[in-house]
Unconditional design. Structure first.
Lengths: 484, 141
């Protein structure tokens, strides 16, 4: 049942709360960042109900935080953050998602738009060729079991050894592209089989590679720190841990069905199954999840490496300085052990981000030295054909949202409704009329991903800015979209 | 509703981020078969027109409720689709005491429209109504 908006307590123009008193199962409040308009847009779905359900998990601290790009998922809503005390609380695979470490990587170039315009069609073809995408697509490399296990343990450093990464790439990746404590012995044979030949593949659905131009800069100093120049090309990669991560989540969601019975944990939705963090089962999932997270970092690293080859092929003789320099790579489905201040005390928590991005502010020791003045880059891709945003993390985010911000536009319509409302060929034609080159696996897929199926990303970003969770740095305009 | 005319079947329901399938059948083995067929339809799987190869699956049932068995079965099929790029042309299920035995005639996948990450436990509850079983399954795609 949807939660009536009258149950929400207004904290500010951009913050609302569902108090613990709302329902007997809640252990912590739900803090929702949104405008009233966004609230009304989700009034009839179950997103807030799912946030309330998530607030019933044992060991949670602070608030369950919900971002303005919230939409209904399964178990946890998408666009949610929950923190459980470490090690006394629980870890829940549903609070992270099936696509573990689905995330975004942004690379920047010094190629001016004017120079690139005549080459965009050729570039779109090259990207399509170099970066495998679509259903059933394999990556360029096939790993044996031992290689895959090394990749799991080493993350992006494994790609460095294979000459597919630079030290700079690793420095500008969240957690240097490797969550420590990954243990492949906690990963099933099924997952290992699925992961063997998918490294370096984009996937399908809402995954994409996009070339944008930096249209407007709002903060010159931060833009310089990030390596962004107005009117120059940038590249976004949105992908995750592919079948490897999906299988790991599937395995542990199934296993935890009996774990909650064993530890007598009552849950209100079976997708909220969990295990105590200090149990062998909880530690096993954490270790396996880290393997999937590292796999996704490597996957995006190989896609970036291939994208660089595409750029070299097209621009080698036309523009000398065509190198794609990494701005940042960050996760929006992840579980990590972080330190946060809750009720005045600095404590260790297991943070669950599902459709939410880290947004650490200046002076955070966890972010590279280069970003200690600006805060870390926060990447917010829009829906197909709309603007994307580069923001910077803030200290206020550390206080209000466990150092988190939104991750995108957030779905408004189901895939079915979207396909009924628009045709894929109309979407393609409209994008091409806007001068956007599109490569897509299917017209039906385009219809499912139509801009009208998503919330307005500018409105989403207005909320996180208004709430102080991030600052505007740059707006990007799309030029080429490659979709699976 | 059609279910009163058809003894078993499925149809797709709207779900914001993903997709849901409503399935019904007179018995549990048929419920699983219909769920598998519905899942294949959602994925837009087109099987190759070749001689099928037999494949047997055993899904242990000890310690699992009906919903866990259903999801274990669908997850196995998703694994086979993703890794072996194969699907069933025909399928038969026996629900024994210790395990569900699945006999399939498998063929390569010629075409697949949608990639499915998982079948989820979200609001998963197999109910028995009057003379049939029914369940709504939410898939993450």
């Amino acid at each position: 049942m949807a939660i009536p908006l009258s149950s929400l307590k207004r904290i500010s123009d951009y913050e609302w709360e569902i108090p613990v008193s709302f329902n007997q199962y809640m252990r912590v409040p739900v803090r929702f960042f949104a405008t009233h308009k966004i609230l009304e847009s989700i009034a009839d779905d179950l997103s807030l109900t799912q946030a309330v359900n998530a607030a019933s998990l044992p060991g949670l601290v602070g608030n369950v935080v919900v971002m303005p790009d919230i939409h209904q998922g399964y178990g946890f809503p998408i666009g949610g953050i929950a923190a459980s005390l470490y090690p006394q609380g629980v870890i829940s695979p549903g609070g992270i998602g099936y696509d573990i470490n689905c995330g975004v990587r942004l690379l920047a170039s010094k190629i001016p738009l004017k120079t690139a315009l005549p080459s965009l069609e050729e570039l779109s073809l090259a990207l399509d060729r170099y970066c495998p995408s679509g259903v059933g697509a394999k990556g360029g490399i096939r790993l044996n079991e031992e290689e895959l296990k090394q990749l799991c343990r080493q993350g992006s450093r494994w790609a460095l050894k294979k000459n597919a990464a630079s030290e700079e790439d690793i420095r500008f990746t969240e957690d240097a592209g490797c969550l420590e404590g990954a243990d492949p012995s906690c990963v099933s044979d099924r997952a290992l089989k699925r992961g063997a030949d998918q490294v370096g593949s984009l996937g399908a659905g809402n995954h994409f590679i996009e070339i944008d131009v930096v249209e407007q800069i709002f903060d010159e100093k931060s833009a310089t720190a990030f390596g962004l120049e107005v009117d120059c090309l940038v590249l976004q990669i949105h992908s995750g841990s592919r079948g490897f991560g999906h299988q790991i989540c599937t395995d542990y969601v199934q296993e935890f069905q009996s774990v909650v019975r064993r530890y007598k944990i009552e849950i209100v939705d079976r997708e909220l199954v969990c295990a105590p963090l200090d149990s062998p089962e909880g530690q096993a999932y954490l270790a396996a999840q880290r393997c999937a997270a590292n796999y996704a970092f490597v996957n995006r690293q190989f896609l970036a490496h291939q994208a660089r080859k595409a750029f070299s092929q097209v621009f080698e003789t036309r523009f000398k300085n065509h190198y794609l320099r990494q701005v940042y790579d960050l996760a929006h489905n992840i579980g990590k052990i972080e330190k946060h201040t809750v009720d005045g005390k600095l404590i260790k928590v297991c943070i669950h981000r599902k459709g939410a991005t880290r947004s650490f502010g200046p002076n955070s020791p966890e972010i590279p030295e280069d970003f200690r003045q600006s805060g870390q880059p926060v990447l917010v891709p829009g829906s197909m054909g709309t603007s994307s945003w580069v923001l910077a993390g803030t200290d206020a985010a550390m206080d209000k949202s466990f150092g988190s911000a939104c991750h995108g536009a957030g779905r408004l319509l189901s895939r079915q409704k979207s396909k009924r409302a628009v045709s894929g060929s109309d979407i393609r034609d409209n994008l091409e009329k806007q001068g956007i080159h599109i490569r897509a696996g299917s017209l039906a897929g385009l219809a499912e991903e139509a801009p009208s199926a998503y919330k307005n990303v500018d409105e989403i970003v207005d909320v996180v800015i208004g709430a102080g969770l991030a600052r505007r740095v740059a707006r990007l305009r799309p030029l080429v979209v490659v979709k699976g | 509703m059609n279910k009163q005319i058809e003894p078993s079947g499925f149809f797709e329901l709207s779900h914001t981020a993903d997709v849901a399938l409503f399935v019904w059948a007179a018995d549990l083995p048929t419920l699983l078969i219909q769920a598998a067929k519905g899942m294949n339809l959602i994925m837009g799987i087109k099987p190759a027109e070749v001689t099928p190869e037999p494949q047997l699956l055993h899904i242990p049932t000890h310690g699992k409720d009906k919903e866990e068995v259903l999801l274990a079965f669908l997850s196995e099929l998703l694994f086979i689709v993703d890794v072996e790029r194969m699907t069933f042309r025909e399928i038969g299920i026996t629900w024994g005491e210790a395990a569900v035995t699945v006999q399939m005639a498998m063929v390569p996948i010629l075409f697949q429209k949608i990639m499915m990450k998982a079948a989820t436990f979200h609001n998963l509850a197999i109910q028995y109504e009057t003379n049939h079983y029914q369940v709504t399954i939410v898939f993450d795609i």
